[in-house]
Design a protein around this ligand. Structure first.
Ligand code: T3D
Length: 257
């Protein structure tokens, strides 16, 4: 049973909630272990077609719990043991993951959202990479994901200045999928999740795997990869039924098989 992460499944959506609201869901080793396990559990569960990652209370996540950091600890070892399994679980998830950023996201809290597929943020949420403000380099996958998401110049701006931007400004940075008013936030996140859940789940996994291979591959590599994944997609029940539905002039119904 988890103590710092809540996990629920409803209507094909697994909601994974960082649950230390009294500390703005600041990250501990326990929380990070539970988070990696929850993402794994959602991936194993056939009833789950979409994962939503969010925070309990008024914030999403304030980054590493600075009350647990000591001069004796080796930050590199800590990253390897606790953060990297989470980053790998998020980035390697076969199911699409939406980071529902319900308030402040700072430091590694923001980094973790970058490993997700979509980021929906509250308009007035405050986002900050912030590592530089405490004399650390960005981590938890941010140096990998951020330049890929928003380009080198903007990534360096956020990393070196450590400025706080609002959810609305994050849209201009192309850092997030969309910004939503606080009073419509939960509804919009769930609508978005349901739209994704109604799509061909296996094919979504193939698209994610193909795209993640892209930046490290040559054209020939990618042409070889698309042969493999399109061959798999073509054998799915969802593809075959969708073609049939098209021919019968009906809307497709995807079951994720
Ligand atoms: O080993 C490693 O590799 C370490 C990895 C590090 C990765 C990182 O994430 S480094 C970045 C760490 N995070 C920060 O530097 C952010 C620190 N927090 C803040 O700057 C502010 O709290 C926020 C901007 C996030 C929010 O401000 P505000 O005014 O909305 O809330 P607050 O009053 O500052 O915080 C509320 C409570 O949460 C407060 O506790 P209290 O005083 O009511 O008992 C505050 O101390 C606590 N809190 C907030 N952030 C953290 C925290 N406690 C521990 N660690 C935190 N990161």
């Amino acid at each position: 049973m988890n103590s710092e992460v809540e996990y629920t499944v409803a209507s094909s959506v697994a909601t994974v909630t960082l649950a230390r609201p009294e500390r703005l869901n600041a990250l501990t080793s326990t929380l990070l272990n539970e988070l990696a396990d929850s993402i794994e559990e959602a991936n194993q569960d056939e009833a789950v077609r979409v994962i939503v990652l969010t925070g309990k209370g008024r914030g999403f996540c304030a980054g590493q719990d600075l009350k647990t950091v000591s001069p004796e600890m080796d930050h590199g070892d800590y990253l390897k043991s606790y953060y990297h399994p989470v980053v790998r679980a998020l980035a390697g998830s076969k199911k699409p993951i939406i980071a529902a950023i319900n308030g402040v996201a700072a430091g590694a809290g923001l980094s973790l959202t970058l490993a997700c597929d979509f980021r929906i943020v509250q308009e007035d949420a405050k986002l900050s990479l912030g590592f530089i403000n405490i004399g650390l380099v960005p981590d938890a996958g941010a140096p990998y994901f951020l330049p890929r998401l928003i380009g080198s110049a903007k990534a360096l701006e956020l990393a070196l200045l450590g400025d706080t931007i609002t959810g609305k400004q994050a849209v201009e940075f192309q850092l997030v999928t969309k910004a939503v008013a606080a009073d419509r936030f939960e509804e919009e996140v769930m609508d978005f999740a349901q739209q994704l859940a109604a799509r061909p789940t296996k094919v979504i996994a193939y698209i994610k795997q193909l795209q993640s291979a892209s930046f490290e591959s040559t054209l020939d590599d990618m042409l070889a990869q698309e042969i493999i994944y399109q061959s798999r997609a073509g054998k799915t029940e969802d593809h075959q039924r969708a073609v049939q539905a098209f021919l019968e002039k009906k809307p497709p119904v995807f079951t994720g098989r």
